[in-house]
Every structure is written in structure tokens, then in C-alpha cells.
Design a binder for this molecule. Structure first.
Ligand code: CA
Ligand code: CA
Length: 265
């Protein structure tokens, strides 16, 4: 294959594998000890050096050291309610600092867009899908629309790479690393191993309370009654449904390769 063809094929593969990113944050642009600003809501979050915990470089640390206050870090990835998404993947690294007094959960949730500048991932009504990381044990519960759909394990004393795929569509499956994700379904990977896949489509009660495209916000939330400290890093939210523009790009790429091949014969 000629160099030009290789370049086109490279671009083609890059656009095929790279879903369009809706939100990315590795906290490297912040100084140590400050609060991150690329968020919609936060409390008790500071930038730390994550070396030795979540990996290398800066990370965000949520410290809930009181049974009467909360800690949270939440961000919209949709620009507004009308711009919510039907299927997304969210990946992040998480480390449990295991305070001696750790109690309760750090909940990672996905819900709809909200301009609320405080937490929204505190209730089943506002988180359509969530993981509840037990702070005193290496386990977490998978939940969709409030229903407990099982639990899985995560590493204590080491960083965990979590990858979540959620399809909120009522009508169409969506491609993901495991094949096709059905309607109103999710899949969860911990350190690149599938730990849970589930469907929450009980009649009209879909993953997103009947909405087909209701995903707009993610967050980490520790309840006021909980006590724990978790470090998170490398948050990436991708749109699992290719934009019309990238479908066009794929077609153009394919046609270009064919053209170059014919011309180089
Ligand atoms: Ca980082
Ligand atoms: Ca608390």
C-alpha cells in the first residue's frame, strides 16, 4: 500500500475508533491544592498529585471527612436539555484512599442535564444509572433507575480503570467494544474486564424514565452521612452514536482509498 493510502487508512481508523468526545479532564492544567473549574458542581474537591494512587500527574480528590457534609464533583456533558445524548461511554480512574473511618459509598452516576450548581446524583430519581463504590470494601453495586442489578469488585490499594457504556435509546442498539449494546442497556468494565451487563427496560420504564435521549450529566457523590476519600482522574465522556459529520468523513475516506488504489494500479 502506498504512503498516501496508508495515511488515509490511518485517518479512517482514527475516526472509526475515536468516538466523538463530549468531555475530557485529566486535571493537568490545574495547580496542586486548587479546585477544578471544569465542573458544573463541586464540594470538597481539591487537585492533588495523583502519583502512586490514580497513576501519574494531577488528579481530583474528593474528601468527605464529615458525617454531616457531602463531597461531590459533577459535570454536564450536554450543552442543554435539548442537547442530551442517547448513548454514551464514560471512563475514569478511581482510587479509594481508605480512611480509617470510611463509611458509606462514593456514587458515580449518570443522569440528565441540569444547571443545578449543587449535587444531582444523590437520588435514584435523578441518576438513571449508577455505581456505588463501598468505601470500606472493594465492592460496588450496579443500579439502573433505582433497581439493584448486582454487584462487582474493584481493587483496594490500587487504581481502577472503570468504563461504562449506556444506551438510553428505546428503539436502537448501539455499537460498543463488546459488540452491540441493546436498547435501555448498559455494560460495565473494571480494569478492562466485563463485570456487568444489564437491561432495564421494564415496559414503559426505560433506563431513562421513558425518554429516549436523556443523558446529559455525570457525577461523583458522597452523601452527607458517608465518610470517605476517593481520587479520580482521566475522565472521558464519548458519544457512542457517530455524528453525521463523522459518518460523512468515513464515506469520504473510503472513497478516497478506492480512488487512490485505482489510480495507483
Ligand atoms: Ca491526571
Ligand atoms: Ca459525609
Amino acid at each position: 500500500m502506498k504512503k498516501r493510502e496508508l495515511m488515509v487508512v490511518g485517518l479512517l481508523l482514527a475516526s472509526m475508533s475515536g468516538y466523538s468526545a463530549l468531555y475530557t479532564e485529566n486535571f493537568s492544567s490545574y495547580g496542586i491544592g486548587v479546585q477544578p473549574t471544569n465542573t458544573t458542581a463541586k464540594l470538597n474537591v481539591l487537585i492533588i498529585n495523583g502519583s502512586g494512587t490514580t497513576g501519574s500527574g494531577n488528579a481530583a480528590q474528593l474528601t468527605d471527612n464529615s458525617a454531616s457534609t457531602a463531597a461531590y464533583l459533577e459535570s454536564n456533558f450536554a450543552a442543554n436539555e435539548a442537547g442530551e445524548y442517547g448513548a454514551v461511554s464514560i471512563s475514569f480512574d478511581i482510587y479509594n484512599n481508605q480512611l480509617a473511618s470510611s463509611a458509606g459509598n462514593m456514587t458515580f452516576g449518570i443522569g440528565s442535564y441540569s444547571n443545578n450548581a449543587t449535587y444531582t446524583m444523590n437520588a435514584n430519581a435523578t441518576r438513571y444509572f449508577n455505581l456505588e463504590f463501598a468505601s470500606a470494601a472493594g465492592t460496588f453495586v450496579l443500579r439502573a433507575n433505582g433497581a439493584n442489578l448486582g454487584s462487582a469488585t474493584y481493587n483496594l490499594g490500587a487504581s481502577n480503570h472503570i468504563e461504562v457504556f449506556v444506551n438510553d435509546s428505546e428503539t436502537a442498539g448501539v455499537g460498543y467494544i463488546g459488540g452491540t449494546l441493546g436498547t435501555n442497556s448498559f455494560a460495565v468494565y473494571v480494569n478492562n474486564s466485563l463485570v456487568g451487563v444489564g437491561v432495564k427496560g421494564l415496559g414503559a420504564s426505560a433506563l431513562s424514565a421513558g425518554e429516549s435521549d436523556g443523558l446529559g450529566r455525570f457525577g461523583f457523590y458522597s452523601a452527607s452521612t458517608s465518610i470517605n476519600q476517593f481520587t479520580v482522574d482521566n475522565i472521558v465522556v464519548n458519544n457512542l452514536i457517530p455524528e453525521p459529520a463523522s459518518i460523512g468523513l468515513l464515506l469520504i475516506g473510503g472513497v478516497t482509498v478506492l480512488f487512490l488504489r485505482r489510480r495507483n494500479r
